[in-house]
Structures are given as structure tokens and as C-alpha cells.
Write a protein that binds this ligand. Sequence first.
Ligand SMILES: Cc1cc2nc3c(=O)[nH]c(=O)nc-3n(C[C@H](O)[C@H](O)[C@H](O)COP(=O)(O)O)c2cc1C
Length: 294
Amino acid sequence: MASYTDKPFRKIVKEYGAGLTISELISVNSLHYNNSKALLLASRNIEETPFAIQLFGYDIDLFVESAKKIESMCDIIDINAGCPVPKVIKAKAGAYLLKEKKHLIDIVEALKKNVKKPVSVKLRMGFDAESINNIYFYKDLENAGCDMVTIHARLRNGFYSSSVDYEHIALVCSHLKIPVVANGAIDSFEKLKEVKEITHCKYFMIGQAALKKPYIFEDLINECDSIKSLDYIKKLMLKHLDLMIKEYGDYANKLFRKFAHKYLAGYKNAKLINYQINNCPNIKELFNIINSVK
Ligand SMILES: Cc1cc2nc3c(=O)[nH]c(=O)nc-3n(C[C@H](O)[C@H](O)[C@H](O)COP(=O)(O)O)c2cc1C
């Protein structure tokens, strides 16, 4: 997830048992220019295996060039056909690719011809209500060599919170031979059971729930929904902050804010603590604020 699933965050979820971790989306145009930030986004922690790098863009040659560049840095190359952000759609990338399905299939074919690593696609169930992906499209993806498909079963204008159509995923899962990963609103073991029952999928992707509770992966493995104490959450926050300092130095003070807000959502005094964190002048003070949360 853009701006969130960086190396420190991925290290934490890996420790909690996440099976496959994925980079933030990386622009093929940035990789073309060897943009240092883009290359940094593509780097992984040693323990991240398997690890996927997600590319977004439109131009087929740039996809191939980028995939060749980053192939040795990952185990899977993932194509983003789900990002709903206006700037990305305007560049004919992300979920826009669902409006040009033949072009998306051509990207998959070109990557399969030019790289050795598996190629997967992460997509929404359609761009809009008039263009919901049909089973022939998914079959074409499979025939083009796509090795895995992750379905975020919302439309583009549903962004990250509309209701999720698990029946759509069930239909695809029953027709494809390649792994189908179900995604959307899985935020607990209880919810996972429901999604499993409807979709019959074997693989699941967790998004936003992992930001509030990175330990959700451990819960899903242990088949329970654990309740963590405030002390546990504080320790986790301090560990996360430590990892971010190692990665970003003093800048971690600013970068950690958005994570802190997620961890503390729902706690009493969260508003006040968030205010303190947003105005915190340095790392030392940030440690103090987290330690003092009651
Ligand atoms: C802040 C944010 C950033 C995201 N960035 C990406 C991204 O870079 N690539 C991607 O495939 N999906 C991205 N997503 C979508 C998630 O991967 C996921 O498909 C979506 O949130 C639905 O799953 P969830 O309901 O479990 O969160 C992002 C979502 C959010 C909220």
C-alpha cells in the first residue's frame, strides 16, 4: 500500500507470519529514469521471501524495461490494475487498464516473454458498473501466462470502502487454474471465515486491517481474533518506530505519524495524543509521548 508498506512495516508483518509481502506501487516511468526513490521502494528485507514488486504504468516497453531492471530483486512481478487515484488514472495506469483489457493482456504477454520470474496481476472487479470483468477476460489473462491474480472486488469509484462482491471472486476462483487471491475488507479471523466460505479461495490479501493491527496475520494463522492490551500496542509502536529510525533517521519522526494514528484509532484520548504526535519536535519526544499513552 502506497506510503505504508515500506521496509520497516513489511518487516513487522513478516514477523507476524505474512506469507507474501509486496512493495508499494512503483512507476515504470520512474524506473526508466533510474529514479533513486523508485529503486529504494523496490528493495526488500532479507527475510522477505517470497517478495513481489508491484509496477504501474501504461507503456508496454517501459513495463518490460522496468521488469528486467528489478527482476533480480524480487520473486514475483506484479502489475497494478487497481489503483483508483485520479492522477494515476489520467496517466492511463492502475484501474484504467481495466478499460483497455486487451492492452493489459498485452502487458502480461510481453512480461512473460521477457522475464523469468512469475507475473501476477492485482486488479479491481471492473472499472465501473458498465465494465465489470467477465470470465473470458480472466481466462485470457490466464492464457497470456499470468501466474496469479489478486481480486480487490470493488469498482474503481468504490475506492477502499464500498461493499465487496465476494461472489465475483468465487466465480473467478471456480474457473481459473492459477491461484486467485481474495481481497477486500478482510479485517478479522471471523471475516476471513466468511470470505473463505463464499469464495472457496485458498489465498487472501490483507490491506487496511494490517495497518491498525499488523498482528492480524498471526491471528489468521492461529484461527482467532486476539485482543491486545494497550501495553502490547505501545511496545509494538516503539519497535516500529525503532525500525523506521534505522531506515530513515530523524525523518522517522514525521513518517511515523500516520502509523501512530492507525495504531491508536479507537483508543480514548487518541485525538489529543495524535495532536501531540503531529506537533512533536523530535524523536526523543515522540518516544516519550508513546510511552505516556494511558
Ligand atoms: C493508503 C492505501 C494505499 C494503497 N496502495 C496500494 C498499492 O500501492 N497497490 C495496490 O495494489 N493496492 C493498494 N491499495 C489497495 C489495497 O492493496 C487493497 O486492495 C484495498 O485496500 C482493499 O483491501 P482492504 O479492504 O483489506 O484494505 C492501497 C490502499 C490504501 C488504503
